[in-house]
Write a protein that binds this ligand. Structure first.
Ligand SMILES: [Zn+2]
Length: 119
């Protein structure tokens, strides 16, 4: 499963960040998953559950934010969110081809929330 290896690299990054920032305990990790990232959010959630049953990230919550596809029209430049990712007529000029993808391809860690003692 593709998502399992993605989750494994996310876990590696979280571990590194935790050490780098001296976080006591990680409580929540937020990941942004673009509509075109190729990863299925449900599968990511499942992979996280599998790979965090043991170890230092046990019980850490994973929030997955689905990032919609956003494009800029290749003809008039209007930015819009297409309803269908296969056929994307521009709402202004109805151009279908040549749009630039502005967002929706990404998959990244947005935030790592840690339980830091208040001082
Ligand atoms: Zn247009």
């Amino acid at each position: 499963m593709h998502e399992l290896s993605l989750i494994q690299s996310i876990i590696d990054i979280v571990r590194e960040e935790r050490v780098k920032h001296g976080m006591e305990r990680v409580v929540r990790v937020r990941v942004v998953n673009g509509a075109l990232s190729g990863a299925v959010s449900d599968a990511l959630a499942f992979g996280w559950e599998c790979l965090t049953q043991e170890g230092e990230l046990k019980g850490v919550a994973l929030d997955i934010v689905d990032q919609p596809l956003k494009v800029a029209c290749g003809s008039c430049g209007l930015e819009f969110v297409p309803e269908d990712r296969h056929c994307m007529p521009c709402p202004a000029c109805e151009e279908i081809l040549g749009h630039d993808i502005l967002s929706g391809k990404e998959l990244y860690i947005d935030e790592i929330e840690a339980d830091t003692p208040e001082d």
